[in-house]
Write a protein that binds this ligand. Sequence first.
Ligand SMILES: [Zn+2]
Length: 388
Amino acid sequence: MTYVKQHRHQPRHVQSPLVQAVEHLPRHPPRHPPQHPPHYPPLPLASITYNQSSLATVPLDTTAVPGAQPTLAGAPPLPNAALLSPSNYPALDLPPPTDSQLVQQWIQDVANSGFSIPNIPVNSPGGCPNNTAAAADSTRCWWTCGGCTRDTDITTCPNTLQWGLTYDDGPAYYTPNLLDYLDQTNLKSTFFVVGSRVIEFPAILQAEYMGNHQIAVHTWSHTALTTQTNEEIIAELGWSKKVIKDVLGVTPNMMRPPYGDIDDRVRAISIAMGLTPVIWTRISPTATFDTGDFNIHGGLISVQQVLNNWEYIIGNATSMSNGFIVLEHDLFEQTVEVATGYILPDALAHQPPFTIEPVISCLNKPMTDAYIETNDNKTNPPLASGTF
Ligand SMILES: [Zn+2]
């Protein structure tokens, strides 16, 4: 086995707490060799690097037909993705303007929702070190700095060995490879999608949805939400909800804050907009179930270190009395390759077996509960004001 060496010095500020926590661990391949390599022989670890040459993407294995009826009870026929006109949406990957008629309407809707938004100051960029007063103020319940959660946050699955599978930041070029692998292994996932990516890859979003994966909101331009004003947060979430509804015909009712950056102000706005926050599992103030996969592409972490993180995650997950949620991404080729070649085969071979399913399913709720239009509000009633 060839190990990939770090290509660059790792600045301290980019290391996740988990990476720091596992630095002392011996470097070794996953305990369980891949047992389920469909037509994805895992790439050699040495081939998964920040500067690798791109490999082929696979075509979508199901092409969604406009007007097709989703299996989801109560869902409308699938819209025609070809009619999506980017000019009807904000510029990609930039915080949307807040002065448009639609955003002004959404701001009014939040004001009329009955939820009071706490008067918490907007954070500066730069996370905990740049916001020491905010980090020390436990009344804000800022997850990033120390892991405060409220009862409304979903960060785990209820039962031991249950894994609420999630991928963030897509849809993207290599998402079809991941979907193909998930299809071949009969796995379903939750996808936290970025509105700007939905504009670029609407057909992939439709394939995820028609394949009975769960779709959820991950903002329009992937901003750190505690650094945004109330109006900017409403614009980020509102445009994401809208573009997903325009492409699928239904609106998700779960969201994941980019970077897990959420405090009580962001929570209140999300919930007022019908979105329940989903983060990922944290086992101590400094260690979360973050694979670190996002940073292979940028050359900040080696794939071997991602596998070390994964080993650390399952080592802890198997001794927990509840299930877990892990941070992974479908945005980059490297993240898809490490998922399909190593992490998922390893998880599928695990004994005792993991139950791997979308977040909504691990909460023992039907997929219809994952969308505002198909939720009958019985098993998954919208959160009421004053819930935290
Ligand atoms: Zn993200």
